[in-house]
Each structure stands twice: as structure tokens, then as C-alpha cells.
Write a protein that binds this ligand. Structure first.
Ligand SMILES: [Zn+2]
Length: 172
């Protein structure tokens, strides 16, 4: 039996036709409302660890789909990061900086300021941007053809003013 909800980019719809007056944008508050309610319900049903795993997996899928459908796929790694920076600003997702790129080790450190998921949140005792971790992993995987494991090491929620992610090639 076919799946009911398998993702494809067409599900995002023709926004120009569908929202002629309201347009393509929505408030950050509404986006966060959905994300944080999803997280609450997933945790209640499946526990914190599985909720995080599912968010990561959804981010991974989103990152891959975003790369396939929304990004220019020509050029080298520098072009990839430049076009990613532009599109993340254009879409209001965040301000990306590549802080360190170690091609030999396959290890990258990147930060996202004004992050859509967490910037401005109250301080918590844990990083919150699990969806972003997956999203970055999906983008890097598509560009490089290698699997990545991404971990957020600093977050607005842990008292930093920017979110910082360590991405490493994964052999898992
Ligand atoms: Zn964060």
C-alpha cells in the first residue's frame, strides 16, 4: 500500500495562486507555534529522545529536498556556501557563517544567527535546534555525496547569541 504522506515538493503548492492577497510569508510566531506544539506532542507520545530523533530526521529530509528543489547546484563548495547564505537570508531562515572548514577531516563549524527556530527564546538547559541539525546534514550530504552528523554546540537557548553547529562526515 502506498504511503499517505510521503513528501514531495509539489505539496508546498502554488503559493502565488493560492495566496494572492496574503503572499508567501508567515509570521515567525506562527511557524514556532507549530514547531513547538509538534515537539510537545511527539515527546508526550514517544519520549524526548525519539522526539529529537524525529525532528532531526524531518530536518534531514527537508535539507535534502531544499537542496534538490530550491538551490543552484552548480559550482564548488565556496559557491554552494555563498548561495546557501543568500537563500537562507532571502527565506528569513537565518544568517549563516562558515566559521571553519576542514576538508581533510571532513569537519565544518558553522553558525546561524537570528535563527528561525530559536533566536530570542528563553534560556533553557539544552540546545533546541535539532531540526536545523538535520537540515544542515541534509544540505551537506546532497552537496558532497557523503553522510554527515551535525550537532549544535551553542544555541540562543543555552545563552549564546548565535547557534553554532559542528558537522562531521559520518561513517555510520
Ligand atoms: Zn539554536
Amino acid at each position: 500500500m502506498g504511503r499517505k504522506y510521503e513528501f514531495n515538493w509539489d505539496l508546498l503548492g502554488d503559493i502565488e495562486e493560492g495566496r494572492p492577497n496574503l503572499g508567501p510569508l508567515v509570521s515567525t510566531e506562527v511557524y514556532r507555534l507549530m514547531q513547538f506544539c509538534f515537539r510537545d506532542v511527539l515527546e508526550k507520545n514517544y519520549g524526548s529522545e525519539t522526539a529529537d530523533k524525529l525532528f532531526y530526521e524531518a530536518g534531514l529530509l527537508a535539507g535534502k529536498q531544499f537542496y534538490q528543489n530550491a538551490m543552484d547546484k552548480t559550482g564548488d563548495f565556496g559557491n554552494f556556501i555563498n548561495s546557501l547564505q543568500s537563500i537562507l537570508v532571502e527565506k528569513g531562515i537565518g544568517i549563516l557563517r562558515m566559521e571553519n572548514a576542514d576538508f581533510k577531516q571532513g569537519k565544518f563549524v558553522l553558525s546561524i544567527s537570528e535563527d528561525l527556530d530559536c533566536s530570542g527564546l528563553p534560556e533553557l538547559d539544552h540546545e533546541i535546534c535539532v531540526y536545523d541539525e538535520g537540515f544542515i546534514a541534509g544540505l551537506l550530504e546532497c552537496f558532497t555525496g557523503k553522510r554527515f552528523k551535525v550537532k549544535e554546540v551553542d544555541c540562543w537557548c543555552t545563552g549564546d547569541r548565535t547557534c553554532r553547529f559542528v558537522a562531521e562526515i559520518s561513517n555510520e
